[in-house]
Design a protein around this ligand. Structure first.
Ligand code: 4AD
Ligand code: MG
Length: 463
């Protein structure tokens, strides 16, 4: 008999059906002539309750092995459950313990553990309710993202991880060095020669797939990337990771308005999909993590985002009735406290801020007619701040060359990017959604390290 997944059994299972399940024991409750174990297989938040009758062979030995964390395979018959809150339970006829988990040393016990503690056992934390829910929602977000673009005829393009360009021009790069086996230090006083690089020129881990996405958009009209990106910036905050995933659509024949419209529709689509597919997990977040999660989802789905210019945002912030840690004045970048104020206090919903000063934005953003601002847009979300950053791109060759030079970069290094403006240039636009910030926003999880299975931080690099 093929084992069935618990989510499916809880949905469809009927009394008297013979079934088999495989999973891990969450809890055990011993009564006089039988015991209950709760089994989870990661397919849903809920466990399947298994009744282990004392008449099973080697009952006493079996019971000793059925501790939290043990892996089991159970065959038996579904019966209507007399207990509250569950429709059916499984009466075990055959129970096999694959691997025991010693209760003296197994770190996950029945009590609630702090997220800080769980970060120290990253190889086991996915077996908890919270992380199970987070990673199911993460998966649903990814599915919704592909669905959204595929339904609209966008081509998914795979952009390089190793690259010679610094897309954002922010210098937050990890460099890539090739090493021979003999160059890898084996003793403490042996050092690595980092001067050897991969292509005979400095190469880095990509900070964004945008420039390559632009290449592809100039052939396929509408494309998107979905892949890992890397930034060697201060990642010691609850919203920054050194390695994070980004989704970057790029659209030819599109301006800033089309860009904003797509981004808003995109976020609404993802929220709708997740609310439908992961309703139980979302209820869990609302109850246990942040009691505004469901209201936020409803707000995103049903209300239009606010749209204001950077100049208007600065005016609102200058008039704000709170004292900010960082200064506010025209020309300075918005800090997350300012972004959050606009969403949480002023508008109480996501805000799209457009037309930022040229000096604080990347070289590729289209210069506006005032020559002081660029056609940029950031989407700011309550509790998170910036969740999406995008822009209309500079499609005019001469203007782009000047912008590259003004930022201290060499046009020759970007000859291929400039070629896109030499041959068949078109107005085009795109944006980048930080995938972990999205999952954080959706689940209410306080720390971005808790929405990615393996966060890259100095303390967490074992695997
Ligand atoms: O605003 P950013 O830097 O924009 C770009 O990289 C553009 N090339 C995107 C584009 O137009 N195609 O980054 C985009 C988003 C941010 O809004 C944020 O959500 C996320 O990426 N992000 C990070 N997420 C986690 N950790 C970090 N260190 C992040 N840096 C940016
Ligand atoms: Mg940005």
């Amino acid at each position: 008999m093929v084992a069935r997944r618990i989510a499916e059994i809880l949905r469809n299972g009927q009394p008297d059906e013979s079934i088999k399940i495989q999973g891990w024991v969450r809890t055990k409750r011993e009564l006089k002539d039988f015991a209950f174990i709760e089994v989870n297989d990661g397919s849903c938040l809920a466990n399947l309750q298994v009744v282990v009758n004392a008449e099973l062979p080697d009952y006493e030995t079996l019971l000793k092995k059925l501790n939290t964390g043990a892996s089991v395979e159970v065959s038996g018959v579904l019966v209507a459950s007399p207990a509250k809150g569950q429709r059916i339970e499984l009466k075990a006829e055959r129970l096999e313990v694959y691997g025991e988990a010693d209760p003296e040393t197994y770190p996950l016990q029945k009590k609630r553990h702090s997220f800080e503690f769980l970060r120290t056992i990253g190889h086991l934390r996915s077996r908890t309710n919270s992380f199970g829910a987070v990673f199911r929602v993460r998966n649903a977000c990814a599915t919704a993202i592909h669905q959204f673009f595929q339904e609209r005829d966008f081509l998914w393009v795979h952009t390089p991880i190793i690259t010679a360009s610094d897309c954002e021009g922010a210098g937050e790069l990890f460099s890539v060095t090739s090493l021979d086996l003999k160059d890898i230090p084996r003793t403490e006083n042996q050092t690595v020669d980092y001067s050897k690089d991969f292509f005979g020129r400095p190469t880095y881990l990509t900070v964004s797939g945008q420039l390559e996405a632009e290449i592809m958009a100039m052939a396929f009209t509408n494309v998107y990337t979905f892949g890992p990106t890397f930034r060697a910036e201060n990642s010691n905050t609850s919203r920054h990771l050194a390695e994070f995933w980004m989704i970057e659509p790029e659209m030819a024949f599109c301006d800033l308005h089309g860009d904003m419209d797509l981004a808003e529709e995109f976020l609404k689509h993802i929220f709708k999909y997740v609310m439908e597919k992961c309703s139980e997990d979302m209820e869990f977040f609302n109850q246990r993590i942040d009691n505004t999660v469901l209201a936020t989802a409803d707000n995103i789905i049903n209300n239009q985002f606010e749209r204001i210019t950077y100049t208007e945002a600065i005016k609102l912030l200058e008039k704000a009735d709170v004292k900010f840690e960082y200064p506010v004045s025209w020309g300075l970048d918005l800090q997350s406290e300012h972004e959050r104020y606009l969403c949480e206090q002023t508008f109480k919903k996501p805000v799209i801020v457009t037309d930022y000063p040229t000096q604080i934005k990347a070289f590729y953003m289209r210069l506006n007619d005032d020559e002081k601002t660029v056609a940029a847009m950031d989407i700011l979300a309550p509790k998170i701040g910036e969740i999406i950053g995008g822009s209309q791109r500079e499609e005019r060759l001469e203007v782009l060359e000047k912008r590259i030079q003004a930022q201290g970069m060499k046009p020759e290094d970007l000859w291929w990017y400039l070629d896109l403006r030499r041959y068949g240039t078109v107005p085009h636009a795109g944006f980048g959604l930080g995938f972990e910030r999205l999952v954080q926003f959706m689940t209410g999880m306080g720390n971005i390290r808790d929405v990615i299975p393996f966060p890259r931080t100095p303390e967490n690099a074992e695997f």
